[in-house]
Design a protein around this ligand. Structure first.
Ligand code: ATP
Length: 709
């Protein structure tokens, strides 16, 4: 197959209407079938659906030779002959890559090689459209608003009004085509705004995951109607407070060194009682199974309660969400904040942003849990869902708005959200929110009319990784005397994850993966790959190997993504193949293994990915395939992450690390190193202490802060 053929394939819209072998057809009987207008007769849906299926059949399973040799009319023929949701059923591909439910290695390797030959770029930007992706789609609420709302219509047709009418053009740059960088591209293509109601995307070399973050609409005029309304989350108390157990290493958190820098930090607290929270909140905390604070909570809660801005860095799975939610809610409850229904303009006291739909929804569920039984109301909104639905939720009362950036700007633009009352602005995964993908959107947010200045609001940033340059950018958002809390090594991996790096070449990866998964059995495993296309390919391959698998990535429909995560969570599909869209923040019980089928381009990304296991004191395992041909640039930071986390470092990896860059290499490529401390070098005072918590050293006068800005 020539590259051109492959390219011709790859730019086709919609590649991933993929339902694994062991899943039922969900299109016809989705949980939310009554609200999801997947009308087969609709030209956009039908056309899209058929081309996706066609495309998938061509690209995912066909031999290299056959790719790209179809005439466009074939998609219709195939639509007529293949059942919706039939992907992964071997028979569907009998005359392509599959025969009688078997994967034809010979043919597929042709494809595989073509795929690997520099053509696995996700250069799909221009052809993407909306309506994709969300986890569970759980929405809370006090019921639905009027179904006759103006906002029932396609989000794509609602763009003209509002104060951000020109947002897209301002941000779209050269369009989306340059935002999906090939793994081998190594470019620094700056992304544009991805499209309607979606987060900003960008690409930087192999770091094409940025485009994955939302998988969304392709523009005002191109995208089909976004009608998806996710089912509301369960309202019963047991479901709201469902949680998993802390692990055997939970108490070891106390031994981690914590460094607080900045002027005059308040002392850490040691217990929930010391936080002096109101009774309802304490009850909710108890019902959530929390009995003991994690280190990031011990330090962050009093800092936030003290009205200080905060940048907090703590390892994956160590309770950062509650670290910001609890003090914010405590404050709101103490002030007697009450949601006010049916106000056309809602003015939340707190805005929380996160980079992916799944993550923001998870944060919302946590906020709903901790505010249970109070008058404080949290609402979530994110792209790929019907804007009208979001607005109906918002107008019923909104004290805490959890949103992805693109959708947040939309609801502000629609003048449904006013910013004047904002006391708290929280950036979860803050390094991601400030990088060149989301940074412009965040800057817009803080300059929106009505948004209190940084002096007037409290800005809180949390992540497990904080590259130095991002810390510097953060200064624009934070008061100069913000505090920096570092729990353990900034950007370090969670020590409860046992990390293994295996040298595996491209062409041996699938075999190795199957071998590992067969040994693992039914234990929940996330398999990370670099591209959306490969996610589908590997997921289907595993299904053919009778390993029950599903997949999540930015090109899957939102309904499909929800279904995939649901099936993974409940164990129905114990293997989830994912792109980096699932790398950050997701807190899924019992994920015992993470496999990096492809290593990511940055070490930060690696840290987040493996952090999907080993959470909250539980142990986990991460196995990464290191391909000498493509992963050498990661050798040195990997060695550092492994040794910092007290993991075995393979001799061969050490050798590569030092032969590639030499011992003096300090790694100044973006993401290849992580900051070890607060980058405000002017601080002389710092504290290093363990989380049993004793007072920290005084920092110098905050005036010193100005000099690093
Ligand atoms: N004090 C606590 N006691 C018991 N469980 C806790 C406590 N704090 C948090 N948890 C639980 O630990 C899990 C991980 O928390 P959370 O998702 O907030 O981690 P995180 O630090 O934000 O991780 P990531 O960096 O991956 O986003 C969640 O299931 C949460 O409910």
């Amino acid at each position: 197959m020539g590259d051109e053929d492959w390219e011709a394939e790859i730019i086709k819209p919609h590649i991933s209407s993929y339902v694994p072998v062991f899943e039922k057809d969900r299109y016809s009987s989705g949980a939310n079938g009554d609200t999801f207008n997947r009308t087969p007769a609709s030209s956009s849906e039908m056309g899209d659906g058929s081309s996706r299926r066609d495309h998938f059949m061509r690209s995912g399973f066909a031999s290299g030779r056959s790719l790209g040799n179809r005439d466009p009319g074939e998609s219709n023929k195939r639509e007529n002959t293949s059942t919706v949701g039939g992907f992964g059923v071997g028979k569907s591909f009998g005359n392509r890559g599959f025969s009688n439910n078997k994967f034809e290695e010979g043919d597929s390797s042709g494809f595989w090689r073509g795929y690997q030959d520099g053509n696995d770029s996700e250069a799909l930007g221009s052809s993407r459209r909306g309506g994709r992706g969300s986890f569970r789609g759980c929405r809370g609420g006090f019921g639905r608003g009027s179904p006759n709302s103006d906002y029932e219509q396609d989000e794509g047709t609602q763009r003209s009004g509002g104060i951000f009418g020109s947002r897209r053009s301002a941000l779209s740059g050269a369009g989306n085509g340059d935002t999906f960088q090939s793994r081998s591209g190594g470019g620094s293509g700056r992304g544009g705004y991805k499209g309607l109601n979606e987060e900003v995307i960008t690409g930087s070399g192999k770091n094409s995951w940025k485009s994955e973050a939302e998988g969304g609409e392709s523009g005002d005029t191109q995208g089909p109607k976004v009608t998806y309304i996710p089912p509301p989350p369960p309202e019963d108390e047991d479901s709201i407070f469902a949680h998993y157990q802390t692990g055997i290493n939970f108490d070891k958190y106390d031994t981690i060194l914590v460094e607080v820098s900045g002027h005059d930090p308040p002392p850490a607290i040691l217990t929930f009682e010391e936080a002096n929270l109101c009774q309802t909140l304490n009850n909710n905390i108890a019902k959530a199974g929390y009995t003991k604070l994690t280190p990031v909570q011990k330090y962050s809660i009093p800092i936030i309660q003290g009205g200080r801005d905060l940048m907090a860095c703590a390892q994956t799975g160590s309770g950062k969400t509650a670290a910001f939610l609890l003090p914010i809610l405590a404050h709101m409850m103490r002030d007697g904040i009450t949601a006010s229904r049916f106000k056309e303009l809602q003015e939340p006291e707190c805005i929380i942003v996160a980079p992916t739909r799944e993550l923001i929804n998870q944060i919302y569920l946590e906020a709903r849990k901790f505010s249970f039984g109070t008058c404080v109301r949290a609402v979530v909104t994110y792209g790929g869902t019907q804007l009208g639905h979001s607005i109906r939720q918002i107008v019923q009362g909104c004290n805490i708005l959890c949103a992805t950036p693109g959708r947040l700007m939309d609801v502000i633009g629609k003048e449904k959200i006013g910013l004047r009352q904002v006391k708290y602005l929280v950036l979860d995964e803050a390094d991601r929110m400030l990088d060149m993908g989301f940074g412009p959107e965040m800057k817009k947010l803080i300059s929106c009319p009505g948004m209190p200045s940084k002096e007037q609001r409290q800005t809180l940033m949390f992540s497990a990784t904080f590259p130095e340059e991002i810390q510097r950018l953060a200064g624009e958002f934070l008061k100069s005397n913000y505090l920096f809390v570092a729990v353990g090594q900034v950007g370090g991996a969670c020590r409860d994850v046992q990390q293994t790096i295996l040298q595996v070449g491209q062409y041996s990866k699938r075999e190795k993966l199957v071998e590992i998964l067969r040994n693992i059995g039914d234990e929940r495993t996330m398999v990370f790959v670099e591209t959306k296309k490969k996610a589908d390919f590997i997921a289907t391959f595993l299904c053919q190997e009778k390993i029950s698998t599903t997949s999540i990535h930015g090109d899957r429909e939102q309904r499909e993504r929800e279904q995939a995560l649901g099936d993974f969570r409940c164990g129905k599909c114990p293997v989830l193949v994912a792109t980096s869209v699932a790398a950050r923040g997701l807190d899924i019980e019992n994920v015992q293994h993470v496999i990096n089928f492809d290593l990511p381009s940055t070490i930060d990304e690696y840290v987040h990915r493996i952090g999907r296991t080993g959470r909250c004191g539980n142990t986990g395992r991460a196995i990464s395939f290191f391909d000498l041909e493509s992963d050498s640039q990661l050798a040195q930071p990997l060695v550092k992450v492994l040794s910092d986390a007290q993991q075995d470092v393979p001799a061969w990896l050490e050798e590569i690390a030092f032969s590639t860059y030499g011992p003096g290499f300090s790694g100044n490529a973006r993401g290849n190193v992580f900051a070890s401390v607060d980058t405000r070098k002017n601080y002389h005072g710092k504290s290093s202490l363990n989380t049993a918590g004793f007072s920290s050293t005084q920092a110098p006068n905050p005036v010193d802060d100005e000099s690093w800005d």
